[in-house]
Unconditional design. Structure first.
Length: 203
């Protein structure tokens, strides 16, 4: 069975639902479905990340593992003069994100199916945001950090949410091995928000 949310083609039976939620002062309606992450509503970790996120109005943003879109679509509202690219390996999640962009009348987004960064490897971003797929394993999470570093502009930042019990200390250590500056922006109910900045001295 391919029914975990980080599989390419979930074969679990559809169970589409609409959830209404307010994020950063914006009202959203999100269509969700079985076979995608947090199908019963926006998960708490994503909410903590969204609340902490700082974006300039014209930022080029990449949402890695976008699911049905709450982080990426909120980012598009915050960076309303910028562009948000949203990627996920899960084709069901990709279709939902496209649908939710239309549902919320958000046009400054591009949603792509991508195995990690395959579809965006020639692009550069100011900000990468991710609620990484912990269940896919530490090696996948660390690849997101490593390969994402290479896609950031100098001075760009990566924002990560991760639970302490799911590997926050090792995630922070990995980020610190790559980035010049790593800050724990906030913590809430065991969730840690890290902002890692690619310093101007990094190559």
């Amino acid at each position: 069975m391919s029914n975990h949310y980080y599989s390419q083609s979930p074969d679990v039976k559809h169970n589409r639902q609409v959830h209404e939620v307010s994020l950063r002062g914006f009202s959203f309606r999100f269509m969700t479905d079985a076979g995608v992450f947090s199908k019963s509503g926006v998960d708490y970790g994503s909410q903590v990340l969204i609340d902490a996120l700082e974006l300039s109005a014209n930022a080029k943003v990449l949402d890695v593992g976008c699911g049905y879109g709450p982080i990426g679509l909120t980012s598009a509202k915050l960076a309303d003069q910028g562009r948000v690219t949203m990627i996920d390996i899960n084709e069901r999640a990709v279709e939902l994100s496209k649908e939710n962009a239309k549902l919320n009348q958000i046009s400054n987004v591009t949603v792509l199916q991508s195995d990690l960064f395959e579809a965006v490897k020639e692009m550069k971003f100011d900000v990468i945001v991710t609620n990484p797929p912990i269940r896919a394993g530490k090696s996948v999470v660390h690849r997101i950090f490593e390969e994402g570093f290479g896609l950031l502009e100098q001075g760009g930042s990566m924002w990560v949410v991760i639970q302490k019990k799911q590997g926050a200390p090792s995630a922070k250590a990995k980020l610190e091995s790559l980035f010049e500056e790593v800050e724990e922006v906030t913590k809430d109910k065991g969730y840690r928000i890290f902002r890692a900045v690619k310093g101007l001295l990094n190559k």
